[in-house]
Write a protein that binds this ligand. Structure first.
Ligand code: KG4
Ligand code: ZN
Length: 399
């Protein structure tokens, strides 16, 4: 089965084609293409993602990204058949005029690719951005007569940890099988919009154990970086500054920050207090020097990583988890990866740890395709009642 996946929940326009053979979860996978067009430069000017700009960029980028993804997968063929339902793209994309203008010539020029389904992120995320992807997926679904599988973005991040494989010689194709995992599993999903601890007792069944009560972990990194004038996105900027912290240079002023909710009995987080504490600490200094920035970034990262790890480990222990799975943009943080991997139950092999490769930590469509394969039972045919009900849900929950 070949799945074409589309991801537009935030500031990356991403399309991937994944081929799966065999029965889930023992299937063999091949990533035939995984194209990501990042809007980071556009949003950086504003210090964060601007939803209306994201929507506009997705409209501009979707068709070129699709052409690239199909071409790389060897599935871009000139058209030799008529579109069955020629008018539907017009109807569906009537509110996406920029995208419609690009979609119609695309459909005229190229034939139906050899895929079996289209997986699309329908939430959580920025609704204007999600809608562009959903409407595009629906238009393609009608034109090609292929079912659509709606996917939760966080389920995608969960699946990104399974996406580890070898690249074929002289080709971008990645071949892999899922590593065997034992349930129950606990997942720490940390991104720019979400921070969640999820219990998974069996495949595709998710129970939210805890989440942030205010800012997401990635958002906190972004805001802290802004305060320290380190640039956007803040996660990599804070990590880079923290990496300059010397072990034995006492000239660097020590900054102490709290570990919010570290000892609370639940599995919730709060990162907005951490950010405010940083703001007050910085006010104690007459001038924010390079050294102070490094010290602040180091302590901020420590505080965030410590709380994330402590809660995840306790959730795993209390639920007798055999596996911990990490996912989301913040999973790129090397301190988080390193420290999680060096926890005693993990070193002692009592708990197996699955961490995504760095290149799959950020938003991508390959992870949505994997989730799409796992959830293919949720596929709906173009025009069906369920199909028409697929809509963007900015607050979609895992279940
Ligand atoms: O999953 P993602 O790409 O997009 C969302 O779904 O939100 O996550 C993006 C977030 C941003 O807040 C970014 O600052 C953060 O992930 N991030 C990091 C690192 N790389 C990206 N946070 C901490 N350390 C990093 N190395
Ligand atoms: Zn994400």
């Amino acid at each position: 089965m070949r799945i074409l996946a589309i991801e537009t929940s935030c500031d990356e326009t991403a399309i991937s084609v994944v081929e799966a053979t065999g029965i889930f979860p023992n299937a063999r996978f091949k990533i035939l293409s995984n194209i990501i067009s990042s809007q980071i430069k556009i949003h950086a000017k504003w210090g964060g993602v601007v939803p209306t700009l994201a929507k506009r960029e997705h409209q501009k980028n979707l068709v070129p990204v699709l052409v690239k993804a199909l071409k790389e997968a060897g599935l871009l063929k000139s058209r030799n058949q008529k579109i069955k339902r020629e008018n539907e793209p017009n109807d569906i994309l009537k509110r996406e005029d920029v995208l419609l203008k690009k979609t119609l010539p695309f459909l005229k020029k190229y034939g139906t690719p050899k895929i079996d389904a289209i997986a699309i992120t329908h939430g959580p995320g920025l609704e204007p951005a999600l809608w562009v992807g959903i409407n595009f997926a629906k238009a393609l679904s009608f034109a090609w007569n292929k079912p659509i599988i709606p996917i939760n973005h966080m389920e995608g991040h969960f699946f990104s940890a399974f996406l580890q494989g070898k690249t074929e010689k002289k080709s971008p194709i990645i071949n892999f099988r899922f590593p065997k995992i034992k349930f129950p599993a606990v997942a720490l999903l940390v991104s720019g919009g979400h921070t969640e601890i999820v219990l998974i007792k069996e495949w595709l069944k998710y129970k939210l154990l805890g989440q942030t009560r205010d800012d997401a972990a990635g958002e906190a990194f972004d805001k802290a970086a802004k305060m320290l004038e380190l640039g956007y996105p803040g996660g990599p900027a804070i990590a880079a500054a923290a990496g300059k912290f010397p072990n034995s240079n006492f000239q660097i002023p020590k900054i102490n920050l709290p570990r919010p909710m570290l000892n609370s009995k639940d599995f919730d987080f709060s990162f907005s207090g951490l950010k405010t504490s940083l703001l007050y600490k910085l006010k104690e200094f007459p001038k924010i020097t390079e050294e102070i920035k490094i010290s602040a970034a180091y302590e901020f990262q420590n505080a965030a990583v410590e709380v994330l790890i402590a809660k995840t480990l306790r959730a795993a222990k209390e639920n007798k988890a055999e596996t911990i799975i990490l996912g989301g943009g913040v999973a790129a943080n090397s301190e988080l990866r390193k420290r999680l991997a060096s926890q005693k139950p993990i070193i002692d092999n009592q708990i197996k740890l699955l961490i995504p490769e760095i290149k799959f930590t950020g938003d991508n469509a390959a992870m949505i395709a994997l989730a799409g394969y796992a959830e293919r039972g949720k596929g709906t045919d173009p025009g069906s009642k369920k199909f028409l009900k697929i809509q963007a849900n900015g607050n979609l929950k895992l279940s």
